[in-house]
Design a protein around this ligand. Structure first.
Ligand code: FES
Length: 108
């Protein structure tokens, strides 16, 4: 499938995640300075959208029980979640954020 457009760079609010769908995969897209990350938009502990959580640096926090996931690796930094959440390669072209959901970086 390759890279497909997720959103415009300017659409991503500072310090928050933007929910976007690419090729049928729901994502939370996060901008941290010049870096942009895409993580599957569901906590690995229960079916809660991570895009509704808080972003701090390279981590996103699930609002329900407070597990934090590293946006680069998808790995949880603390319980109750123990499984990683898939993250995906991101490319920025001009003002477009492109994500390749066919090649997850981590997770199942
Ligand atoms: S549902 Fe996300 S930590 Fe429990």
């Amino acid at each position: 499938m390759g890279f497909s457009r997720a959103c415009a760079l300017a659409e991503i609010p500072a310090g928050e995640a933007l929910a976007a769908t690419v090729d049928g995969v729901e994502l939370a897209v996060v901008r941290n300075g010049d870096d942009v990350y895409a993580i599957y938009d569901e906590c690995s502990h229960a079916a809660i959208p991570l895009s509704e959580g808080e972003v701090e640096g390279c981590e996103i926090e699930c609002w329900l029980h407070g597990s934090r996931f590293d946006l680069r690796t998808g790995k949880p930094s603390g319980p109750p979640a123990t499984d990683p959440v898939p993250t995906y390669p991101v490319r920025v072209e001009g003002d477009d954020v492109l994500v390749d959901v066919s090649t997850p970086l981590t997770g199942d």
